[in-house]
Design a binder for this molecule. Structure first.
Ligand SMILES: Nc1nc2c(ncn2[C@@H]2O[C@H](COP(=O)(O)OP(=O)(O)OP(=O)(O)O)[C@@H](O)[C@H]2O)c(=O)[nH]1
Ligand SMILES: [Mg+2]
Length: 563
C-alpha cells in the first residue's frame, strides 16, 4: 500500500536524522548542516521556528554535558516579525546540564562560562547571545568559535541574513554572500557562519527542511501582515535606507500598503456657545491677564520710545538752558554762585545788578500775599474786583507750592506731599493789584469719590463762568505729561474761551532734554487750540528755575489790566 510505503520512508528518514544528531553532539563534525555548529569544545544546535534553540557544549569535548538551555526573549523590530519570538540558547557555563534556566541579562552584564565570557553591551538583549544587539565580545582564544556560533545564530535570527563579526568577517562574509545568493534562488538554503575561514557550510537535509519551513512560515506571516520580515538589527539600517530613498520595489509596495493616517480636522462651530474657547476665557494661570499686562507694557514702552524720539525746537532748548531747567547737581549750582541754602536758589538772582532787582521788586509779586476767601461752592465766590490768575491742575502737581515760589513767601499757602490737601477754592491777593486763586486738584486724591467729583464740578464752574478771570495757569507735571482730565479741562476752557497757559512743574525731577521734549510734545498737541496762551512755561518751585520768567509774564497781566 502506498500509505505503508510512505510511513516506512518517513521512519527511515527519522532514523537517519537521529544518527546525524548523535554524531554532531559528539563534536566530531563541524558545522555540518544549517542548524548545527560546533566549536572545538562542544556542539551547537539551533532551531529556528517560532523558537530558536541553541545548544552549546560548555566544557570538554562532550557536547552533552552542556545542555542547560536559556530562553531569550526579544520583541521584533518595527519592521520585524511583529510578534514576540523566543530564542533558546544553552547556558555557556554548562554546569547545570540539562536544566532549563531563564536569564534576563542587563546592559553591561557579563555572562561567564568556564572558558568564555559574553558581555552584553546595551539594549534590551536578554541573553549573552545578544542576537538583536550591537556587540558580543568573547574572551579567550579557544572560544573564538563560540563567537562564530553566535554570529551564526544572528544569521539565523536575521531571517537568512549573515551577520559575522571579528576577524572572520571577510571570509565568513563571502560565505554569507554565497549562501544568501543561494537562498534567493529556487533552492533555498540556510547557512551558519562557521567562523572558520576555510571551512564551508554545508547543507543538511533536515536543517534545510526546517529552515525552508521556517521561511515559508515567515513569508506567510509577512504576506498576512503586509510587512517585510526584518530583524531588529537591520531595522536601523532599513530606516537609513528609507531616508536615502534607496528602497527597493518590494519595500515601496510595502509602504504603499501601509494605511495612511487621516488628519483630524477640528472644526469650530461659531454658533456653539456650550464651550468657551481658550481665547474667550481667562486661563487658569491668569494667562489673559498676563497677556493684557504685557500689551500694556508694550504700549507703555512704545510711548516712551515715541517720547524719546521727540526733537525739541531750538527755542525751547535755549530756554531750558538759559533758565537752568531740568535736573541739576546742587554742587554745580553752588559753583555758579547760587545760595543753595535758600528755597528755590535759582530765583535768588545773586549776580543781578540793582536795576534788575528793582524791576522785580516793582512788580505785583513783591507785595505781601494775603488769603482772603475760600469757596466750596460757586455761591461763595468773592466779588471780582481784581484781575484773577488761577492755578489749576491735577492733585499734587505743585499748585500751592508755585504760589509760594512766585511770591517767595513760603508757608502762606499750605502744601503737602499728600494729594488732595487743597479742597476749596482759595483766593489770595497781592496788595489790591492781583488776585491769585489756588484751585483744588483733580484726578487721584485721598478723598471720597463724591467729594472729588464735587471739587471737579466746582473747578469747571469756576474756570468757565468766573468773571474777572484773566488767565488759568494749567500746571502739568513734567515727568508725566498731559492726562485725560487735563484735556477735559482744556476742552472746557476752549468752549468757554477762558485764556489758559500751560506751566510745566517739577522740572528738577527730569533731565533738561526731557523738559524740552515734554514742552515740545505739549505745544504740538495744542497747536489747534485757540484759547491757549504762548509761550509754554517751565518751572521748578524747588530749585526756582523758570520762576522769574513766569513771574514776569504774570505781572504783565496785572500791569495792563484795568479793573
Ligand atoms: N521736586 C519738586 N517737588 C515739588 C515741586 N513743587 C511742589 N513739589 C512737591 O509736591 C508736593 C505737592 O505740592 P503741592 O503744592 O501741595 O501740590 P498741589 O498741587 O497744591 O496739591 P493739592 O493741593 O493736593 O492739589 C509737595 O510735597 C511739594 O514739596 C517742584 O517744583 N519740585
Ligand atoms: Mg494745593
Amino acid at each position: 500500500m502506498p500509505s505503508e510505503a510512505s510511513l516506512r520512508l518517513k521512519l527511515e528518514k527519522k532514523a537517519k536524522l537521529v544518527g546525524k544528531t548523535s554524531r554532531n553532539s559528539g563534536g566530531t563534525k563541524r558545522n555540518e548542516g544549517s542548524f548545527e555548529a560546533k566549536n572545538g569544545n562542544g556542539g551547537l544546535i539551533g532551531k529556528l521556528k517560532e523558537r530558536v534553540r541553541v545548544k552549546v557544549g560548555g566544557n570538554g569535548n562532550d557536547g552533552s554535558t552542556g545542555k542547560l538551555k536559556k530562553r531569550v526573549k526579544f520583541k521584533g523590530g518595527e519592521e520585524g516579525f511583529g510578534e514576540r519570538r523566543n530564542v533558546r540558547t544553552s547556558d555557556y557555563s554548562g554546569r547545570d546540564g540539562g536544566r532549563k534556566k531563564r536569564i534576563y541579562s542587563k546592559e553591561g552584564e557579563k555572562l561567564k562560562t568556564k572558558d568564555s565570557e559574553v558581555v552584553v553591551e546595551s539594549g534590551k538583549v536578554l541573553n549573552g547571545i545578544a542576537i538583536s544587539k550591537k556587540k558580543v565580545s568573547l574572551k579567550r582564544g579557544s572560544d573564538r568559535k563560540l563567537k562564530d556560533e553566535v554570529a551564526g545564530m544572528r544569521s539565523l535570527t536575521d531571517g537568512g541574513r549573515m551577520w559575522v563579526r571579528g576577524k572572520q568577517r571577510d571570509n565568513a562574509g563571502s560565505e554569507a554572500k554565497t549562501l544568501n545568493r543561494k537562498a534567493t534562488g529556487k533552492k533555498e538554503s540556510v547557512v551558519l557562519a562557521t567562523g572558520k575561514p576555510k571551512g564551508k557550510a554545508k547543507e543538511d537535509d533536515y536543517g534545510s527542511a526546517l529552515l525552508k519551513k521556517n521561511r515559508e512560515k515567515k513569508s506567510e506571516l509577512s504576506k498576512e501582515k503586509g510587512l517585510k520580515i526584518m530583524s531588529p538589527l537591520s531595522s536601523g539600517k532599513k530606516k537609513a535606507k528609507d531616508k536615502a530613498g534607496l528602497e527597493g520595489e518590494d519595500d515601496a509596495e510595502t509602504q504603499d500598503k501601509k494605511p495612511k493616517k487621516k488628519k483630524r480636522i477640528i472644526k469650530i462651530d461659531p454658533n456653539d456657545i456650550s464651550n468657551k474657547r481658550l481665547d474667550d476665557a481667562i486661563g487658569i494661570d491668569g494667562s489673559k491677564e498676563v497677556k493684557k499686562k504685557e500689551c500694556e507694557k508694550e504700549h507703555q514702552m512704545s510711548k516712551n520710545a515715541q517720547f524719546r524720539a521727540i526733537q525739541p525746537t531750538p527755542e525751547i532748548l535755549s530756554f531750558v538752558e538759559q533758565n537752568l531747567l531740568g535736573r541739576r547737581r546742587l554742587i554745580d549750582l553752588k559753583r555758579a554762585g547760587y545760595n543753595i541754602e535758600l528755597s528755590a536758589p535759582l530765583d535768588n538772582i545773586p549776580f543781578s545788578s540793582s536795576p534788575e532787582r528793582e524791576r522785580i521788586e516793582e512788580n505785583a509779586f513783591r507785595n505781601k500775599l494775603e488769603f482772603f476767601a475760600a469757596a466750596k461752592a460757586s455761591s461763595s465766590f468773592p466779588a471780582h474786583n481784581l484781575p484773577e490768575i488761577a492755578f489749576a491742575g491735577r492733585s499734587n502737581v505743585g499748585k500751592s507750592s508755585l504760589l509760594n515760589a512766585l511770591t517767595r513767601q513760603w508757608g502762606v499757602v499750605r502744601t503737602s506731599d499728600k494729594p488732595g490737601l487743597t479742597q476749596t477754592i482759595n483766593f489770595f491777593q497781592l496788595a489790591k493789584k492781583l488776585c491769585l486763586v489756588d484751585l483744588p486738584g483733580y484726578g487721584f486724591a485721598y478723598a471720597k469719590e463724591e467729594v472729588k467729583e464735587a471739587w471737579e464740578e466746582l473747578v469747571k464752574e469756576y474756570v468757565s463762568t468766573r468773571v474777572g478771570l484773566k488767565r488759568v495757569c494749567l500746571l502739568i507735571d513734567t515727568k508725566w505729561g498731559m492726562k485725560a482730565r487735563d484735556y477735559e479741562l482744556i476742552e472746557l476752557m476752549e468752549r468757554s474761551k477762558t485764556k489758559y497757559q500751560i506751566v510745566l512743574t517739577k522740572t528738577d525731577t527730569v533731565f533738561p532734554i526731557d523738559v524740552a521734549r515734554r514742552a515740545t510734545q505739549i505745544e504740538e498737541s495744542l497747536l489747534q487750540n485757540k484759547s491757549v496762551v504762548q509761550p509754554l512755561m517751565m518751572v521748578s518751585s524747588k530749585s526756582g528755575a523758570g520762576i522769574r520768567s513766569l513771574r514776569t509774564v504774570l505781572a504783565n497781566i496785572a500791569r495792563f489790566v484795568k479793573v
